[in-house]
Design a protein around this ligand. Structure first.
Ligand code: HEM
Length: 394
C-alpha cells in the first residue's frame, strides 16, 4: 500500500465516512463522538475541551487554535471585521468578484475555473480587511505550502519515521516568514499588520502575521472546498442543475431549492468533516465520561448522517424535505460547528457560497462524467480529482 502522507490522510477521512455510513465499526482507537447531545455538550464547554490541532500549531497562534483568555482576546481582533463582511450589503460585491474572475478565464478547464474561484475567495477575504495584496500571489502561496500542510496533518495523526518534528517546525516557521514578506509588499496590508500588532498586548508583527495566515486558512480553504463540492454535485444531474438555475429568477430570499442544494452539499460533504478536542479536566457528557487528557474527535459527518435526524441520510437528496421545509435538526447539521467556537466567517461564507454558485451559473454549465466520490483531505476535504468535470459556456 502507498503510505505517502496524502494517501494516509485520504484513508483517514474515508474511515470517518465509512463509520458514519455504518459500513465499518469504529475500530480506529479514537474516542469518536457521533451522538448529537454529547457533541453539543463538547461544543458548549470550550474552556474544558480545548482545540487540538496537533502540528498545525507550528504555523503559529490565532483565534482558530487558541483557548481561554488568549482566544477571547484573539477573537476580538477580527470579530467585527468578519461580522461586517457577513452582512447582506456585501453580497453584490462578492458576486461581482466571482463574476470578474470567471470572465477572465482563458481556457474552460476545471483547473482554470477552480483557480478563478480560489482567487475570487481570496479577493473577498482581502476586501473584508481592506487589503490590496494580489490575491493570485496569495493563492499561489497557499498552493505552494499545501504539501507542508499535508505533512503537518499526517504527523499529527500518525507517527511516520520519515517525518522529523524539528524539520517540520523549521519549514512551518519559514512559511510564515514568506507569508509575512508577501503581506508587507502592499502598504495597506502592512498597515493592517501594524494595527493588529498594536492591539495585541505585547505581540509582534510575526504574531499578527500568524493570525492573518490562520485566518486565511480558515476562510479560504473551507470556502473553496465547499465551492468545489457544489460544482461537483451540480454536474451529476442535468435536471438538478436546471432546477437550481430556475431558482435564480426568484428573489434571493425565495430560492428554496437553490438554498436546499447548498445545504445538502454541506451536509453530505462538510469541508471540515471532524474536529479534535483535548479534555482539560474530567467531564460528564450525557452518555459517557471523559477523563482529563483524553482526546475526543467529534464526527461532523457522523452527525450529518444521523439516522434519527434525517430521512435516508446516506442518499444525497438535492430536494431534501428537512431543508425544503426548514425543519431540520439543528444539532445534526453543523458544517460551521456550534456554540462559542462557531465559525467566525459563517455569515460571510453562507453569502459567498450562494454568490459563487450564481456567478458560475450565469456563465457556465457543468457536467460530471464520473459520479464516483473520491475525497482528498488535508485541513479540509475536497473532491480528489477535478478531471471528470466538463464546463461549457452558455
Ligand atoms: C464553507 C465555508 C466554511 C466552513 C464550512 C467553515 C467551517 C468552520 C468550522 C467547522 C470551524 C471550527 C473549526 C474547529 O473548531 O476546529 C471554523 C472556524 C473558523 N472559521 Fe470557518 N468555515 C468556513 C468559512 C469561513 C470564512 C469565509 C471565514 C473568514 C473569512 C472563516 C473563519 C473562521 C474562523 C476565524 C474560525 C475560528 C473561530 C473561533 O474559534 O474563534 N470561516 N470554520
Amino acid at each position: 500500500m502507498d503510505h505517502s502522507p496524502q494517501v494516509l490522510l485520504n484513508v483517514l477521512v474515508k474511515q470517518f465516512y465509512q463509520i458514519a455510513l455504518r459500513e465499518v465499526p469504529n475500530d480506529m482507537g479514537l474516542s469518536l463522538i457521533e451522538s448529537p447531545d454529547d457533541a453539543e455538550a463538547v461544543f458548549m464547554a470550550p474552556d474544558v475541551f480545548h482545540k487540538c490541532f496537533g502540528n498545525i500549531d507550528f504555523l503559529g497562534r490565532s483565534r482558530l487554535n487558541t483557548d481561554g483568555e488568549l482566544w477571547r482576546h484573539r477573537r476580538g481582533l477580527t470579530h467585527a471585521t468578519l461580522n461586517d463582511a457577513g452582512k447582506p450589503n456585501f453580497r453584490q460585491h462578492i458576486f461581482n468578484r466571482y463574476t470578474a474572475r470567471f470572465d477572465q478565464i482563458s481556457e474552460l478547464t476545471p483547473n482554470h475555473i477552480h483557480r478563478a474561484a480560489d482567487e475570487a475567495a481570496m479577493s473577498v477575504f482581502l476586501d473584508a480587511f481592506g487589503c490590496q495584496t494580489d490575491p493570485a500571489e496569495l493563492v499561489s502561496f497557499l498552493e505552494h505550502i499545501q504539501p507542508l500542510i499535508v505533512e503537518l496533518q499526517t504527523s499529527s495523526w500518525f507517527r511516520l519515521a520519515s517525518q522529523s518534528t524539528p524539520d517540520l517546525q523549521r519549514r512551518a516557521e519559514q512559511a510564515v516568514r514568506q507569508f509575512e514578506d508577501l503581506l508587507m509588499s502592499d502598504p495597506e496590508t502592512a498597515a493592517l499588520l501594524t494595527r493588529i500588532t498594536e492591539r495585541m498586548e505585547g505581540g509582534s508583527r510575526l504574531d499578527a502575521t500568524e493570525e492573518v495566515l490562520m485566518g486565511a486558512f480558515a476562510g479560504i480553504e473551507s470556502t473553496t472546498s465547499a465551492i468545489r463540492w457544489l460544482f461537483n454535485r451540480l454536474g451529476i444531474n442535468d435536471r438538478v442543475q436546471e432546477r437550481v438555475v430556475a431558482d435564480l429568477n426568484k428573489a434571493v430570499s425565495e430560492r428554496r431549492y437553490f438554498d436546499c442544494f447548498i445545504k445538502e452539499t454541506l451536509r453530505y460533504f462538510p469541508p471540515i468533516p471532524f474536529v479534535a478536542r483535548l479534555a482539560t479536566q474530567d467531564f460528564e457528557l450525557p452518555s459517557r465520561s471523559v477523563k482529563k487528557g483524553d482526546r475526543v474527535v467529534v464526527s461532523i459527518i457522523g452527525l450529518h448522517m444521523n439516522e434519527t435526524a434525517w430521512q435516508d441520510p446516506f442518499i444525497f437528496d438535492s430536494a431534501r424535505p428537512e431543508f425544503m421545509g426548514d425543519e431540520y435538526n439543528r444539532k445534526c447539521f453543523i458544517p460551521f460547528l456550534k456554540g462559542p467556537r462557531t465559525c467566525g466567517g459563517m455569515r460571510l461564507a453562507e453569502i459567498e457560497l450562494a454568490a459563487a454558485l450564481e456567478a458560475l451559473l450565469k456563465r457556465f454549465r457543468v457536467r460530471n462524467s464520473d459520479p464516483k466520490i473520491n475525497i482528498a483531505y488535508a485541513l479540509v476535504s475536497r473532491p480528489a480529482q477535478s478531471d471528470p468535470l466538463i464546463y461549457s459556456r452558455i
